[in-house]
Design a protein around this ligand. Structure first.
Ligand code: TXA
Ligand code: MG
Length: 329
């Protein structure tokens, strides 16, 4: 199969036609690129799992272009959902609802809940609206790989596997949406993302973050899989001192090393090779996946600075800890 990369209205038109004929299409969102298919058609869902090489017990998020399009997909839309939708939709928040009969179990991997999100990216919403059906979409990377934030990243993983990538430039946010479970007693973040616990607590009062230690009973099935893996080993350094020590240790073993650091710390590198993640937390978040994909191509060992546990950095660290398999020096 030839994978086309198109942009603009032509891309949206061709993408919608492909979706209506049961195909899968990669499209941009503000978080990361998604690999979309008709959420109401089990055959399209099967194609998504196949193209990604994704285990079929890991459910997909359903994307719609407006709040009204959520109603037919859910059995209940509570006042709390209304409040969250008013504040964070469109945006990088995925809400779990009790699923209605309309949602095939292939989408939810047999679960009774369905995750739904309205992207804020205008191209994404235009594409979904043109399709005329809800769009099930995981991140458009090959399973276990780093999520894509450009059309070029998607092409790296999906060339020859899907007919079309809609190119909408670089994703603004850079990491995936926050997945929030409201079907339990206390609202629980199953996957931290761009909408932080602090932002949600501002609306909900109390919010828990699922720690995800208990792998066998992970409530968000995606949490138990290897994720965001670079093709070369990566470790997290607790501070700049240990980053420099790890760099020198790997270097003395003859490895070509890349240090991923905040721009402000470049002055401490003293002739060592480094990649600047950015100055602000938002910049770091936007750049992180792209830089990981670059670093794995040009080096044999990656050491990345710990970004801290506040706000969006906590969400970025959730991904980086998985990439590093929990390895901190
Ligand atoms: O930002 C995003 O969310 C991106 C873009 C494309 O929208 N999508 C994305 O999808 O990251 P994916 O499939 O890579 O990650 C979805 C996560 C997985 O960890 C999955 O287990 C969880 O959401 N999830 C989906 N539906 C769920 C459900 N009903 N119950 C619990 N977890 C669910
Ligand atoms: Mg993913």
């Amino acid at each position: 199969m030839i994978t086309k990369v198109l942009s603009g209205d032509v891309a949206i038109k061709e993408g919608a036609t492909l979706i209506k004929s049961g195909e899968v299409v990669a499209f941009p969102t503000e978080t990361v690129y998604g690999l979309g298919g008709n959420a109401l058609a089990p055959n399209s869902i099967a194609k998504i799992y196949q193209a990604k090489g994704r285990p079929s017990d890991n459910p997909l998020i359903v994307h719609v272009s407006c709040v009204e399009d959520i109603y037919p997909l859910v059995r209940e839309f509570s006042d709390v959902n209304r409040m969250l939708a008013d504040t964070f939709m469109p945006g990088a928040l995925t809400l779990l609802f009790p699923r209605s009969e309309q949602v095939p179990i292939e989408v939810t991997a047999g679960l009774d809940t369905v995750g739904i999100r309205i992207p804020s990216c205008a191209i994404a919403r235009k594409f979904i609206a043109a399709c005329g059906v809800p769009i099930a979409a995981p991140s458009a990377n090959a399973s276990t790989r780093v999520s894509p934030t450009t059309a070029a990243h998607v092409l790296e993983d999906m060339d020859g596997r899907i007919p079309l990538i809609i190119d909408g430039g670089e994703s603004e946010v850079g990491i995936e949406s926050t997945v929030l479970d409201l079907t339990c007693d206390i609202p629980t973040i199953l996957r931290p993302g761009a909408i932080t616990a602090e932002m949600l607590a501002g609306v909900l009062g109390e919010v828990k973050t699922h720690k995800g230690e208990v792998i066998s009973s992970a409530p968000s099935p995606g949490m138990k899989y290897k994720h965001y893996a670079t093709t070369v080993p990566m470790v997290i350094a607790a501070n700049m001192q240990s980053l420099l020590a790890e760099y020198d240790r790997a270097k003395s073993q003859g490895l070509d090393v890349a240090a991923l650091i905040r721009s402000q710390d470049a002055c401490m590198m003293d002739g060592r090779k480094y990649i600047e993640l950015g100055k602000t937390d938002m910049e770091v978040c936007k750049n992180i996946y792209s830089i990981m994909r670059d670093a794995e191509k040009s080096t044999q060992h990656i050491v990345c600075i710990h970004l801290g546990d506040e706000g969006i950095c906590r969400s970025v660290m959730n991904r980086l800890n998985k990439s590093a398999g929990g390895k901190i020096v």
